[in-house]
Design a protein around this ligand. Structure first.
Ligand code: IYR
Length: 222
């Protein structure tokens, strides 16, 4: 393939060191307020907010710029209900048969079970699909690279963007997720990655008291 034409890096903005420190700290504080929420309000959320957050996620670094993701935004009540029915079917299997005793024990403190009412209550379910292949300009399938990494990064950026915009999210991972292709009409080259539930938290939402690892535990400076 021909090399892309290149242009000067004109979007980079160097900041004075004091401002770098301030911004790093205030971003950390903002991120430390993010919590995964399991009780959502049915209050509507303007679609433009979701669109902007998706565009932010779409800037994620990814393998060979093939952008191997597709986001299906479900707000239609009937569609949400179908997703809930499909997810709860898999989850009942998970909680009663598929999960090991060890796995169930790890989940016990969170009190999760196969009931997923938020899939119908929250205004948006963003279903993220990973594309194993893309179509080249001639329409033939080409292999994508670092698909899991790329989609994982984009998903993290989406969660961050939604949190920054003032919305709560829940990463929901029914397993297996093949039913989502069928309900949402996605092609066979796409694999569901996860379901991101997004909206306002319920007024009486509660979250488990958990701690995050310290810097020493998560990082080594050499
Ligand atoms: N997918 C199930 C189980 C589950 C697994 C893990 I690991 C979690 O952190 C949370 C839930 C469910 O959504 O209930």
């Amino acid at each position: 393939m021909k090399p892309f034409p290149h242009q000067p890096l004109s979007t980079y903005q160097e900041l004075p060191p004091v401002e770098m420190l301030q911004r790093a700290e205030s971003f950390r504080q903002m991120m430390q307020r993010r919590r995964t929420v399991r009780q959502f309000s049915n209050r509507p959320v303007e679609r433009k907010i979701i669109e902007d957050c998706l565009l932010a996620a779409g800037t994620a670094p990814n393998g060979a710029n093939l952008q191997p993701w597709h986001f299906v935004v479900v707000s239609d009540p009937q569609m949400k209900s179908r997703v809930r029915i499909g997810a709860e079917e898999e989850e009942r299997e998970f909680y009663s048969r598929r999960a090991s005793q060890e796995w169930l024990k790890a989940l016990e403190p969170f009190g999760t079970d196969a009931d997923k009412p938020y899939l119908e209550i929250a205004p948006y379910l963003i279903v993220i699909f990973a594309q194993k292949t893309s179509l080249d300009p001639e329409g033939s399938p080409v292999k994508n690279y670092y698909v899991q990494e790329s989609v994982g990064i984009a998903t993290g950026m989406l969660i961050t963007a939604l949190h920054n915009a003032g919305l709560a999210t829940l990463t929901h991972t029914p397993s297996p997720m093949g039913f989502l292709n069928e309900i949402l009409g996605r092609p066979e080259n796409e694999k569901p990655f996860l379901v991101l539930v997004a909206g306002y938290p319920a007024e009486d939402a509660v979250v488990p008291i958990v701690t995050k690892k310290s810097l020493d535990e998560i990082a080594t400076f050499l």
